[in-house]
Structure formats: structure tokens, C-alpha cells
Design a protein around this ligand. Structure first.
Ligand SMILES: Nc1ncnc2c1ncn2[C@@H]1O[C@H](COP(=O)(O)OP(=O)(O)O)[C@@H](O)[C@H]1O
Ligand SMILES: [Mg+2]
Length: 269
């Protein structure tokens, strides 16, 4: 009799925040209380998660946990089932200052591979692929600083660096918040392209509801202190998107729905 082999369809967990609480005054007050988040490892597919919530609700703190920059007062932060530590931390794309200004674009993008001991020839070749991917070909020998590069170009450097360092997970903290509207829309399209090509899991903080609906598969909304996720909206638009989706009536419906949810959540005690 042939042995029955069960295909493992249960996706393992990529990022897990378990029962997280955060206090800065020894437990007298809680910024975050009993927060859970599970992002599964949808193999070969990835997931685009947007985190929204009012300023000061703890969004950046959550990403800092995942990036290994901070530990919660209580609870566990797991990456692929293991506590976040020096061997499995993930880089982050911030609103500003994500790159090292005393290094060139090429050096910035290749940096993680240098840490991994990859030969210079190989790391430069792989970095150049990413530089082309994000549309910075020709700028690789410029210093990654403003105003040598524009704000949008600097974010392209950060995205390329993050993709090369850890192609599976990209953490982005209001990455396009400081960009003018045209650049911002271009960066959103770039992120769509990257997502369609590599299917990474992206955790993305934004205040812009249109941006969240355009980019994300799932939107989680944090209530203010003591924070936890008070709403989850699944964005039932096609996975691979381009800007035409913004003309779809479902897109508009979802934007209004998320706006209403944000208001509901902001009224919670
Ligand atoms: N080191 C700290 N000491 C005290 N409070 C802090 C510290 N770091 C962050 N906070 C507080 O934690 C809350 C959440 O901060 P943050 O995660 O940056 O929020 P968000 O990114 O949603 O705007 C804020 O109210 C902030 O003042
Ligand atoms: Mg923040």
C-alpha cells in the first residue's frame, strides 16, 4: 500500500507578533496592549500588509520589533518561528535617511552582501541588477545623499538595498511620506512592479488610504493607546496590480470603506 503523503498546505508563519505589550513607565501605562499579528509565509506569493493608525499609536514601534531594533515589554516577536535576533533581522526603509550618505549608490545596495562575505565582483553584479530594477542605472557611482540624488531616488536606493539584503521581507515605515505627489505615485507603481516580479512580503506603514488600498492585500488598523489592531480589511482586488485598478469601482468602494473604519477605530476608547 502506498504511503499517503499529505502535502503541507499549512503556510508556516513568516512574521508573528504574539501578545505584545509595550510600556515605558514600568507598567503604569501601556502604549501597546495585547497585540497580535500573524503574517503567513505564502510560498512564492508573498503578502502586502499595510499598517495604518493615528500618529503615536505605535506603528513604527511594531516595525522596530520586527527589524530587531527594539524588544517589547511583554510578548514575543517571531520571524519564521524564531525570536528576532542578530542572525535573522530584517532591514527597514524609513521615510528619510535610509542610506549611508558617505557611500555610493552601488556600495549602499551591495552592503548586505559584503557583510555576507560575497565577493566584490558578484556583489556588484547583483547590486547592479537591483539598481536597474529600481530605475537608477547611471547613478550607481553617485553618493547616496541629498541633493546629489532626489528624495525619490534615495528611496529607490533603500528599496534596492532592502530587496538584495532580504528579498523575502521588506519593512517600510511611511517610505513615501516625504515625497511630492508625482514621485509618490511613481514609487507606488515601482513597488507594484517589484511585488509582481519578486512577490516579497512587504509590511508598509502609511497614512494614505488610497496608497494602502492600491498596494496592500490586507490592511490592519491600530487603535490608539493602549494599541492593538482594531480592524482588518482584506483588499479583494487582483494580486498583481497596476494603476488602472484605481479606476475600478471596487477600488473606490474599498477606499471609502477603509476611511470609515479609520474613523470608527479613532472613536474607540
Ligand atoms: N523611548 C520612548 N519613551 C517613551 N515613549 C516612547 C518612546 N518611544 C516611543 N514612545 C511612544 O510610543 C508611542 C508610539 O510611538 P510610534 O511607534 O513612533 O508611533 P507611530 O509610528 O504610530 O506614530 C508614542 O506615543 C511615542 O511617544
Ligand atoms: Mg511612526
Amino acid at each position: 500500500m502506498s504511503k499517503v503523503i499529505f502535502e503541507d498546505t499549512s503556510a508556516d508563519n513568516l512574521i508573528e507578533l504574539r501578545n505584545i505589550s509595550q510600556s515605558y513607565d514600568g507598567g503604569q501605562s501601556w502604549i501597546i496592549k495585547d497585540l497580535d499579528l500573524l503574517i503567513e509565509n505564502k510560498k512564492g506569493q508573498g503578502e502586502f500588509v499595510a499598517i495604518m493608525g493615528m500618529s503615536g499609536s505605535g506603528k513604527s514601534t511594531l516595525l522596530r520589533y520586527v527589524a530587531g531594533l527594539q524588544q517589547p515589554t511583554e510578548g514575543e516577536v517571531l520571524l519564521r518561528g524564531k525570536p528576532v535576533g542578530p542572525d535573522n533581522r530584517v532591514g527597514m526603509v524609513f521615510q528619510r535617511y535610509s542610506s549611508l550618505p558617505w557611500m555610493t549608490v552601488l556600495e549602499n545596495v551591495a552592503l548586505a552582501l559584503e557583510y555576507q562575505g560575497v565577493s566584490k565582483k558578484e556583489r556588484n553584479a547583483r547590486a547592479m541588477e537591483m539598481i536597474q530594477m529600481v530605475g537608477l542605472d547611471g547613478h550607481q557611482h553617485k553618493y547616496a545623499q541629498y541633493p546629489t540624488l532626489s528624495g525619490g531616488q534615495l528611496q529607490r536606493v533603500a528599496i534596492a538595498r532592502s530587496l538584495l539584503a532580504n528579498p523575502e521581507i521588506i519593512l517600510m515605515d511611511e517610505p513615501f511620506g516625504a515625497l511630492d505627489i508625482k514621485t509618490r505615485l511613481q514609487m507606488q507603481d515601482l513597488l507594484c512592479e517589484i511585488w509582481t516580479k519578486f512577490h516579497p512580503t512587504i509590511v508598509f506603514i502609511t497614512h494614505d488610504v488610497n496608497e494602502a488600498v492600491y498596494l496592500a492585500d490586507d490592511i490592519y488598523i491600530l487603535k490608539h493607546a493602549p494599541a492593538h489592531f482594531a480592524a482588518h480589511v482584506h483588499v479583494d482586488l487582483p494580486l498583481d496590480r497596476n494603476r488602472l485598478i484605481k479606476r475600478d469601482s471596487r477600488f473606490t468602494e474599498l477606499v471609502h470603506y477603509v476611511e470609515d473604519k479609520m474613523i470608527d477605530v479613532s472613536n474607540l476608547g
